[in-house]
Design a protein around this ligand. Sequence first.
Ligand code: DON
Length: 426
Amino acid sequence: MQTPVPDYLQHVLQACQSNAQGAVADYIPELAHADHERLALALCTIDSTLYSTGDDQLAFTIQSMSKPFAYALALETHGLNSVLSKVGVEPSGEAFNQISLGQDNLPKNPMINSGAITTHSLLPYKKTVSRAEHLRRFLSTLAGRELQFDERVYESELKTAFRNRSIGYMLRTVGVLDEDPESIVDGYIRQCAIQVTVQDLARMAGVLANGGLCAGTGQRLLERAVVRQVLSVMMSCGMYDAAGDWLTTVGIPAKSGVAGGIIGVLPGQVGIAVFSPKLDEHGNSVRGVHIFERLSKDMGLHLMEGTPSAQTILQSRYTVGKNNDVVVYELRGVLQFTESEMLLRSLQDEPTGTNRIILDLTNLTLVHDVGARMLFEGVKRLKADGHQVVVIDSERLLSDTQSKGHKRSIVHTPLDVYLERFASVK
Ligand code: DON
């Protein structure tokens, strides 16, 4: 059998192809040459499976879709408070290139140009490695291949960047930038000229969907807290003055770019990328928006749909041992607040006594900090009731911080090996 997902994506693409509304961006002269018939869609699951269709090998410039990633890199480099002292997180309700600041004289958010130019100034750099080059390397790691700058688009935008220069000078005037605004704006324009395909973008979005972890390599590329911050800002500000409409109809944190791309990130599920060059009045791809609306509706991807994950935490409970005095709880899924609450409620029904209780984490996919805290609080209380408690973490899901102070309750041997060994020494 072949999975129907590729057929479905192709079907969605075909259904949206006839939408000929909008116009190609021409304020960057090089973008005006884009072939407006081009259309592509890619989807990357959190375990790094990539599906794509249409013009999925076609490279175009990332433009404003670079903004959330630059924001992530700035947050990783300086920490949240330092970044917040330069750029706010409030939706502006204005066009992406509005020459304006908030009442505190800071850019309102990192998704509009004033915030993105400021964020660019917060990227790491060395004498020999520019900020844009740092971002290019970071995006290449996220995409899993070496990305390039589109020199023609960069040169073209640089020649006509009067508005962005005005924004740069405004930021310099109020002290948000403390360097030459010309060079910061130049770097920002170069950041926007990184070439990507929808496959690259879907992979990059997939890492965000997976909480900053690259499932392919197992490498942590971004801190979970950074991803949460980035996705929150994408949700409230990513689609500019169409953000409210987008939240209600699509409900996926997203970011668009004037070359015609849109990325979307559904936390814990998928990264999505579309490309089609004709834009609406907000600067968002017309067919791109159409495709996202369709995907969200058909596949129940709206963030506010919620997931009944709590029903899946307890895979099984059984007793073993000669006197049935060893109680095994096999857990599965994700351990967050809701699931932990449900687990603790089951553990509450364990009669007081000296039974050995084994909590097997092997089939969990993720343990959130709150899940670990609640789990070990349960362990402490069971022990206080007289039980011996063992947490089996054979997949080493618990981080050092999560297991700190609980090492004596944790074993890393697989459940069957542990039970065998335990039975033989008993
Ligand atoms: O700052 C600019 O004008 C462009 N380099 C990027 C703008 C952009 O992509 C807006 N998004 N839809």
